[in-house]
Design a binder for this molecule. Structure first.
Ligand SMILES: [Zn+2]
Length: 337
């Protein structure tokens, strides 16, 4: 049982519901990487620690164990109405569908899970911490809030019914699968997002990171290079967040460069700039100097100067004192002499 929503296949292929099997397999997804990622999914560090609980499917009555991931508990709503079942106030990140009948979002909870949730509530209200839980409410980009990851998925897929070509919503769907522990479905959604918009910087980043984690170094680098080049025209992210995203991607490119003994370059190849019709970024002194500067891998801020160079015009939106490029670069010039 692959736990795939038939509606995802409809959205990807334009097929009608009747044309799609109720229990689809991965091969029904139009995707280059979904099977490869699925086969290697254990190589990807899970976004949250495992949180296995038994749930009972309201549709077929079968009880099975599911990985709920991180739980966000809405204490405010719980305090307003304690009559409802406690799981109605809990948003698990884990993406799961009934292992028996593939339906989703309608669950009866076990006593064990109920007790765990109530003790988590008591613990969190007394300010104790536990990485498996937090208080609050998760909202999607459009402000809507849903209980299970499959409810959020349905909302995003319905949104995509209205605007099939929205590469940003496809990116958000990819993020939902990724956080839900389904990097395979995430890769598929990111691929589709990039097919719709080859300069969807966030999808290029996320697909590159997934492929890198499963050892597909060349393919990963290709997406991360495109992430760098596309960033100067990407407007769906705050400038400071964009710089962090690029810095994470650059960090990965430096790792890939080391692992490949220099075969994979950190700067994107010139052909990619031509493909995207974007000029090669340069300062008065040229960009290559910066790439030879001091980089401390895994220290994000050490990548800020390069990230800002690729951001081009968008780096001007960063608050003045947060700009790293010119300041750092001059120091490096002196040291080199
Ligand atoms: Zn079921």
């Amino acid at each position: 049982m692959n736990q795939i929503n038939p509606q995802l296949i409809c959205a990807l292929t334009g097929k009608k519901k009747e044309e799609v099997p109720e229990l689809p397999t991965l091969s029904a997804l139009p995707s280059k990487y979904v099977q490869l990622v699925s086969k290697n999914i254990k190589k990807i560090v899970p976004p949250f620690e495992s949180n296995l609980q038994f749930l009972i499917c309201k549709n077929c009555g079968k009880k099975a164990q599911y990985n709920l991931g991180h739980l966000t508990i809405n204490l405010r709503n719980y305090n307003k109405n304690k009559q409802a079942e406690v799981d109605e106030y809990v948003q698990p990140t884990g993406y799961f569908r009934c292992k028996q009948c593939n339906s989703a979002g309608k669950w009866d909870i076990t006593n064990e899970y109920r007790i765990m949730l109530i003790s988590a509530l008591m613990m969190l209200s007394s300010n104790s911490e536990d990485s498996r839980f937090s208080l609050g409410e998760n909202r999607l980009f459009d402000g809507s809030s849903h209980t299970y990851a499959t409810d959020s998925e349905e909302h995003l897929l319905n949104t995509l019914m209205e605007s099939k070509e929205d590469s940003f919503v496809w990116n958000r769907l990819g993020n939902l699968y990724y956080k839900g522990g389904r990097a395979d479905l995430a890769a598929c959604a990111y691929e589709h997002s990039i097919a719709l918009n080859p300069q969807q910087t966030e999808s290029l980043f996320s697909l590159g990171m997934i492929l890198s984690a499963i050892g597909e170094a060349q393919e990963a680098a290709n997406y991360l290079h495109k992430m760098l080049i596309s960033s100067s025209s990407y407007r769906q992210m705050k400038a400071s967040d964009l710089r962090d995203l690029l810095s994470n991607g650059l960090n990965e490119l430096f790792h890939l460069n080391t692992l490949s003994n220099g075969v994979i370059s950190v700067p994107p190849p010139i052909e990619l700039y031509k493909e995207f019709h974007i000029n090669i970024p340069s300062s008065e002194e040229g960009s290559i100097e910066v790439l030879e500067g001091e980089i401390v891998t895994d220290d994000l801020t050490s990548f800020y100067p390069i990230a800002e160079l690729f951001m081009g015009e968008r780096s001007k939106e960063l608050p003045g004192n947060k700009k790293y490029f010119m300041k750092k670069k001059k120091k490096k010039r002196k040291r080199k002499k």
